[in-house]
Structures are given as structure tokens and as C-alpha cells.
Design a protein around this ligand. Structure first.
Ligand SMILES: Cc1cc2nc3c(=O)[nH]c(=O)nc-3n(C[C@H](O)[C@H](O)[C@H](O)COP(=O)(O)OP(=O)(O)OC[C@H]3O[C@@H](n4cnc5c(N)ncnc54)[C@H](O)[C@@H]3O)c2cc1C
Length: 374
């Protein structure tokens, strides 16, 4: 049995933010991550202005991520379009780049990070690894994202009857596509789903879709679904036309949108998607991951018990997750989506209001930022 004071399971934004904050506060956490090299989860790659604030607070400068800001949001439904400025600029950044920067930062400030370590199951504050060995800790931070870990899985009630499936396509760099998408993040509202489009720092255009399983089953395959959606939504079709022949489509099943952890066990802090899963059209999942990671770390440093912290976090995530869930339900029905876009075009500033309402505030982390030099 290996013992450590604080053990973090998962090296995405939530786990890394916790590791950085703990190490910066003088603790020496151990973070274990199953990916050996690059971490590249399926994600839209849009970083909101609040997410950029949180990265700055962790010592990561957004100018090192992507030079060109995302200033506008465009919402398409059928033949309708509304465009509005974001409350403040965001960025399009690939998860390879973002997650690598966060892990490097965690190591820089003194966290122990072990990659290529798969956790098989957890019980209380101990974790069993694939090689059979046991890691035992005083505090366990569960940051495994959407994945269910044996012994700590979300309850059956978190599963939807018709759950969302996430799909991702990366379109190679093209000046025509860059002109088309420009400095906007686009949301194409579709029958039982949506597609988010943004240009990333490597020049690729990331198209991430969430679709109900029933809609994907009707189409028969991701390729057939994209062909149907390209017909139904010609503006999306214009972008998808730039896909490489045979280009890969990644998928993730059963995304538990709307779920929030209201309780936990003594010593176990649930972070990121293990704390709350905001529907992704809000573009705030990474922000919640960073906020909950840093906030749990501060709670540990201040001696706040896991159960009290989790309850507080469930309260703070309630409004943004509920509003985003209502938006997802409204906009996945084509006639309601068109009505929504028509109404928004009379007063585009309402879009910025909705964008603001779907951000999360964590009182103990909306605080002074760290110096990038430790
Ligand atoms: C379709 C879609 C589009 C999205 N688009 C956006 C967007 O544009 N902007 C935004 O802000 N958010 C977006 N999100 C949400 C965002 O991706 C997540 O909220 C965010 O990644 C959560 O961070 P996390 O650290 O909790 O989990 P993750 O990023 O999933 O990280 C979990 C880590 O744990 C590791 N891990 C898992 N299991 C184990 C194990 N057993 N042992 C060891 N390691 C393990 C994984 O390898 C991974 O590195 C999107 C989500 C979806 C589904």
C-alpha cells in the first residue's frame, strides 16, 4: 500500500486545477492519469471569458494558448441566424494544448503527476490500480470526468432515457473556413442536437456535436447523421464540406447532462464532470472543472470537510446547470429553436445575458491570481 495525503484521480482540467492549487498552497498532492502521453478528450474546445480568468488565476496566460480571440456567438436554426457579442472574448483551444499546459503547470509548482496509471476502482479514500496495487489517502479527489469509476459511479437516476452522445470532427486548416467562421463560436441548432464550431490555435476547425441517442439510431451511423444534418442545416453543411475524406469521427456515449452530485463520502471531493455536468452548448464545462478543482483544493487547505464542500458546490452549480438544461431542451426542437432565434434577433443582447447566467461563481476561488513564475 502506498500512502499519500491527497490523491487526485484524473488529469483533466479539474484534476490539474486541484493539483496546481494544492501544490501552490504547500501540499504535495499525487495526481494519477490513465493517458500515457497526450490527453485529448472529446470537447468543443471553446474557453469562455470566465474560464480564461480561472486559467489566469492558476498562472496560465491565455496569450500562450491562442492569439486570436473569439468575440461573437452565432446561433443558427433552420434558415435563421442571430449574432451577438460575447460578454467578454473567449478562445478556441484544442484539449491537447490546454491539458498539456495544465499538467506542465502542476508539475512546475511541485505536484507529483504519474501518467499511464489506470485506476480500476475506488473505495472510501483508497484507489486500486490496474496492476493490483493500492493507493491510500486522507483526501481523495475524484476527477475522472464523464467516465464512471467502479465503486464511485453516479447513481442509476443520473442516466437519461434518451441520453446524449458526443461526436467530434476536426476540419483541417483552411483560409476559406477561417473566413467563414471568423472570430465567432457557432451553435447550429438541430433536431435533437446541436453542433458547436470554433477555430482552434492549431488552425483546425473543431466541430463538436451532441445528439440524442434516438436521433443517431434513426440515422443509422454518425456519417449518415452528418449527411442528414448537412441537408437540414445548409450552413453547417458548408462547413462540413471541408471534412477530409475518411476523416475520423470520435464519439462518447451517455453524457449525463444536468447531473449534479448533492452528496459524497467523508474525505471524497467530486470535481468537474463528477460534480456537475452542464449541457455543453453553454461552453462552461471546462470552467466548472477548473473552478471546482481549485475550490476543493482550497477547502482541503482550509480544513473544510468534503461533505460540506460538496453540498455548497451543488448549490453554486444549480442555477447555471438548470438554465443550460432548459436551453438544451428548448433548442433541440426545431420549431422552438427557430422561435428562440427569431425572438433573440429582436434583442441580441439577451444572448449575452443568457451566456452570463450559465457561468459559475465559486466564492473561494474568484480571488487574486498566482504569478506564472510560481
Ligand atoms: C460534445 C461536448 C462538447 C463540449 N464542449 C465544451 C466546450 O466547448 N467548452 C467547455 O468549456 N466545455 C465543453 N464540454 C465539457 C467539457 O469537455 C467537460 O466538462 C470537461 O472536460 C470536464 O473536465 P474534467 O476534468 O472533469 O474531466 P475530463 O476532461 O473528462 O478529464 C478526466 C480525466 O480523467 C482521466 N481518467 C478517467 N478515468 C480514469 C481512470 N479510471 N484512471 C485514471 N484516469 C482516468 C481521463 O483520461 C481524463 O484525462 C463539452 C462536452 C461535450 C460532451
Amino acid at each position: 500500500v502506498r500512502r499519500t495525503a491527497t490523491l487526485i484521480l484524473g488529469g483533466g482540467p479539474a484534476g490539474a486545477a486541484a493539483a496546481i492549487t494544492l501544490a501552490h498552497g504547500g501540499a504535495r498532492p499525487l495526481l494519477v492519469e490513465r493517458s500515457r502521453g497526450e490527453i485529448d478528450p472529446l470537447c468543443g474546445g471553446f474557453l469562455s471569458w470566465r474560464t480564461l480568468d480561472r486559467l489566469a488565476a492558476l498562472g496560465i496566460d491565455s496569450r500562450d494558448l491562442h492569439q486570436r480571440a473569439v468575440t461573437n456567438v452565432r446561433v443558427f436554426a433552420g434558415d435563421r441566424l442571430v449574432e451577438a457579442p460575447l460578454p467578454r472574448p473567449g478562445l478556441g483551444v484544442s484539449r491537447q494544448t490546454l491539458d498539456a499546459k495544465l499538467i506542465a503547470r502542476a508539475r512546475q509548482v511541485g505536484a507529483a503527476v504519474e501518467q499511464g496509471v489506470l485506476v480500476k476502482e475506488a473505495e472510501g479514500t483508497s484507489a486500486r490500480l490496474r496492476d493490483g496495487s493500492l493507493l491510500s489517502a486522507t483526501h481523495l479527489l475524484l476527477a475522472t470526468g464523464k467516465h464512471e469509476l467502479r465503486g464511485m459511479a453516479r447513481p442509476a437516476s443520473a442516466r437519461h432515457v434518451d441520453p446524449a452522445v458526443g461526436l467530434r470532427i476536426r476540419l483541417p486548416a483552411s483560409s476559406t473556413l477561417h473566413r467563414m467562421v471568423g472570430s465567432s463560436v457557432e451553435l447550429h441548432l438541430l433536431d435533437r442536437g446541436y453542433a458547436g464550431v470554433v477555430v482552434q490555435e492549431d488552425g483546425a476547425t473543431n466541430i463538436c456535436l451532441a445528439v440524442r441517442r434516438s436521433r443517431l439510431a434513426e440515422a443509422g451511423s454518425p456519417e449518415a447523421l452528418l449527411a442528414q444534418w448537412s441537408e437540414e442545416a445548409p450552413r453547417l453543411g458548408e462547413r462540413l464540406a471541408w471534412q477530409d475524406a475518411g476523416g475520423a469521427i470520435q464519439a462518447v456515449a451517455n453524457v449525463p447532462y444536468g447531473w449534479r452530485a448533492s452528496g459524497t463520502d467523508a474525505g471524497v471531493y467530486r470535481l468537474g464532470d463528477q460534480a456537475a455536468v452542464i449541457p455543453s452548448l453553454a461552453g462552461e464545462g471546462i470552467g466548472i472543472a477548473l473552478a471546482t478543482g481549485a475550490s476543493a483544493a482550497r477547502a482541503i487547505l482550509a480544513g473544510e470537510a468534503a461533505v460540506a464542500w460538496q453540498r455548497r458546490t451543488a448549490r453554486l452549480t444549480r442555477v447555471p446547470v438548470t438554465i443550460a438544461s432548459i436551453l438544451w431542451l428548448l433548442t433541440e426542437r426545431p420549431w422552438l429553436a427557430r422561435t428562440f432565434v427569431l425572438a433573440a434577433s429582436w434583442s441580441p443582447s439577451r444572448i449575452a445575458d443568457l451566456a452570463r447566467l450559465t457561468r459559475i461563481r465559486m466564492l473561494n476561488v474568484d480571488a487574486p491570481r498566482m504569478s506564472p513564475h510560481i
